[in-house]
Design a protein around this ligand. Structure first.
Ligand code: PLP
Length: 402
């Protein structure tokens, strides 16, 4: 009888650098939950976990589409009425030089397609640090090195232009700008957008403008799209239903390609090729796009008002707690407080789950300046839950370091 030898199937070496700290912590939390403890999840930006609900007219639109038999494949770029609604949204965002729009399975897929369609082996892309880890994961998947630029905590987490400039190499093809930002909650000023656009113009860079939180501005004003500030520069603006329209499980995102027609022609065709190769985005859910963008927007004032008071509570707590300080977030639902502790923030976050059953994400999971330590809070829970979580974090800080 031949002996059966187990031969291990190894994963691709490229995956060494794929990390997604936001979900990776879940294993520790599972252990704690198995012991019967309730975990306070301040780690995942899913509004549906808390007191936010998908607007009913969006649900109706999807339900109707399913009942009407829209259950086959959709056209690869997206259904016509969704594409028209996205063009309308681009106009409201004052993006004038639109060259193409397309629908994807979440902004996650937009990011994957747009980076894959642009980058060759040896190219690089400027990504923010701290960043939303999907960008570094996609780059790692493609076998590309990370070239990150600093966001400056001393300047309200605006991009550090000096750092951006010195990181540009002859192989730099683009720059990612997350505005409003995850994990810091910062919103870019118009002056900053103008300066980044100037750099992109001078160095022939594509700008990836991740504006998935653009309707969640918590103070006066609104998100200014860099594509509106720089109609001549190649920009892909990302948007979707996950955050502004409280439907993350539907996996609906989109891209808006803008810039000079001749400059983006080939690139836009590359994106379309990849869109065809993956068939289509979720079909019935695409019927919610027009309903969302053109229908009632009544949920938004309520969402923003809840987020505003939860943000205020978070900042008040952080800035009155020893060892903690926090730049006030101006958009989205994240805060990225700094902590002054003698050990790594990953250890602190692990202990917080094990001892206090509160889940946040360590700053090192997003990238941060050497020597600094942070954690990211999702301030979606109600005030009572947040207060409980902050009391527990304060307790651990005192017990462990004082
Ligand atoms: N971009 C940013 C900055 C995000 O924070 C997220 C999700 O948290 C995504 C993209 C992914 O969004 P989607 O649910 O549309 O894939």
């Amino acid at each position: 009888m031949p002996t059966m030898q187990t031969r291990e199937i190894t994963a691709a070496a490229r995956l060494e650098n794929v990390r997604y700290a936001i979900r990776d912590l879940a294993c520790i939390a599972d252990e704690v939950a198995k012991q019967g403890h309730e975990i306070l999840p301040l780690n995942i930006g899913d509004p549906i976990n808390f007191d936010f609900r998908t607007p009913p007219h969006l649900i109706e639109a999807v339900y109707k589409a399913m009942r009407d038999g829209k259950n086959g494949y959709a056209p690869s770029p997206g259904i016509k009425e969704a594409l028209e609604a996205i063009r309308g949204e681009a106009a409201r965002k004052k993006i004038s030089s639109v060259q193409d729009v397309f629908v994807t399975s979440g902004v996650s897929e937009t990011v994957d397609l747009c980076l894959t369609a642009l980058l060759n082996p040896g190219d690089d892309l400027l990504t923010p640090s701290p960043d939303y880890p999907l960008y570094s994961a996609v780059l790692a998947k493609m076998g590309l090195k990370l070239n990150s630029y600093d966001l400056n905590e001393e300047d309200g987490w605006q991009p550090d232009l000096f750092d951006v400039t010195r990181k540009i190499t002859p192989r730099t093809r683009g720059i990612v700008l997350i505005n409003p930002n995850n994990p810091t909650g910062a919103v870019c000023t118009r002056a900053m957008l103008g300066k980044i656009a100037d750099l992109a113009r001078r160095h022939n860079l594509v700008i990836f403008a991740d504006e998935i939180y653009d309707k969640l501005i918590l103070d006066e004003g609104e998100t200014i799209s860099i594509a509106a500030v720089a109609p001549d520069v190649p920009v892909v603006t990302f948007g979707g239903l996950s955050k502004n329209y409280l439907a993350p499980g539907w996996r609906i995102g989109w891209g808006i390609v803008s810039g000079e027609a001749a400059a983006v022609k080939q690139y836009k065709e590359g994106i379309q090729k990849l869109l065809r190769a993956r068939l289509c985005a979720n079909h019935p859910e695409q019927y919610a796009i027009k309903a969302a963008l053109e229908g009632p927007q009544d949920h938004l004032p309520e969402v923003r008002s809840k987020l505003r008071s939860r943000r205020d509570l978070t900042v008040r707590w952080a800035n009155s707690t020893a060892r903690v300080s926090c730049v006030a977030p101006r958009g989205a639902f994240y805060a990225f407080p700094r902590i002054d502790i003698p050990e790594g923030d990953e250890i602190f976050v692990r202990e917080l789950i094990l001892q206090k059953h509160v889940m946040v994400v360590h700053g090192s999971g997003f990238g941060q300046k050497p020597g600094t330590k942070h954690f990211r809070i999702v301030f979606l829970p109600d005030e009572q839950t947040l207060s409980r979580a902050y009391a527990a974090i304060g307790d651990l800080l005192r017990e462990r370091y004082d």
